[in-house]
Structure formats: C-alpha cells, structure tokens
Write a protein of this length. Structure first.
Length: 185
C-alpha cells in the first residue's frame, strides 16, 4: 500500500517527497511507514524495485488475443510496453534526478537479477504473441522477439526527441524498410 502510493508523488516531487506526503496518500499515519521501512531511502529503494517489476505489463501482454492479426497483436504489445517503460522511467528518473541513487551498486545482484528476470519474462511474452504465425515468419519467434524488443526499446533515445508512432514501428518490423511497390514501378 505504501509503495503503491509513493510513485506518483515521486514523479511530482522527486526524492524530496516527504514521508508525511506518502503516508497521507496511502491513508496511513507517518509512523506506519517507519514500521515497514527503516528509513526513507529504504522506501525509495522499494519503489524502484517495484517499478522494475513487470507483472502488470506481462498481464497486459497475456491478455492480447492470439486470434487477432499479427500486426494488431504487436501494436497492442508495443503500446503496453511503452506505457510500462514510461512509468519505470518516471519513477527511476525522479529518484535519480536529485543525485540520489539506489543503495546497491549498479552490479548489485538484487537489481540486475530483477532486471534480467523481467527482461526474460518480457521476451517469452512476445514469443507467445509471435508463435501463432511461426509457419509464415522468416525467422524463429525467439529471434524475432529480440529484434522487436530492440526496435521498441531503441526508439526511446531517438535524436531530437522524435517519436516514431507505434504503428509505424510495427509496420517496418513486419514489412521492412523497402517499399516493394515503388521498386516494381
């Protein structure tokens, strides 16, 4: 309940958010926070760890109907993944913007292990979306899932802040970059 109430406040106030603000948002007394967490830093670490968890986006990916056309499945998946990345980036960015990093080092197994598990679970979810079309795919779904996720995640650092629409990314992923109709003219 505490960790669920904190992220919107973190995004709004950064790590300057007070435990009193978090307690009010959670509908509890401030002292309750300190019964659950040793200090505010431990609470912020828990918020980052919760943001890294991708259970919500995995549930959304699992809910994508497999009887839809492949383009529709991938567009829905991309929208869910982008929303997850936006939430994750907002929480982590808010915590780190003030110069405060997590207590663990970048190689800390608790952080990298969570990230590796989340990445693997996401990869498997995308494979599931590609699987119904296995016979018509040029590459195995396992390899295509890596490429698809690379395209989606790579778009986040586009020069000039340009954002390519999700539908365009899916179209290029499925049909390539060459306009075969133009080449036939």
């Amino acid at each position: 309940m505490i960790v669920a109430a904190a992220p919107p406040l973190l995004v709004e106030h950064g790590s300057a958010v007070t435990t009193l603000q978090i307690a009010k948002a959670a509908g509890i007394g401030e002292a309750t926070i300190f019964r659950a967490f040793a200090d505010k830093d431990e609470l912020l670490d828990a918020c980052v760890a919760a943001a890294l968890r991708n259970d919500h986006v995995l549930a959304e990916l699992d809910a994508v109907p497999l009887d839809q056309p492949l383009a529709a499945r991938l567009t829905e998946a991309a929208a869910s993944l982008h929303a997850y990345l936006d939430r994750l980036g907002a929480v982590i960015g808010a915590v780190h913007a003030s110069g405060r990093g997590g207590r663990g080092e970048p190689g800390d197994r608790s952080v990298t292990g969570d990230r590796a598990t989340a990445t693997e679970r996401t990869h498997r979810a995308v494979i599931r979306l590609l699987e119904p079309d296995r016979a018509s795919l040029r590459l195995p779904p396992e390899q295509l899932a890596v490429i698809f996720l690379g395209i989606l995640f790579g778009r986040r650092g586009a020069p000039g802040g340009a954002e390519t629409p999700t539908e365009t990314l899916v179209d290029v992923f499925l049909h390539g970059v060459v306009d075969t109709a133009a080449g036939a003219r």
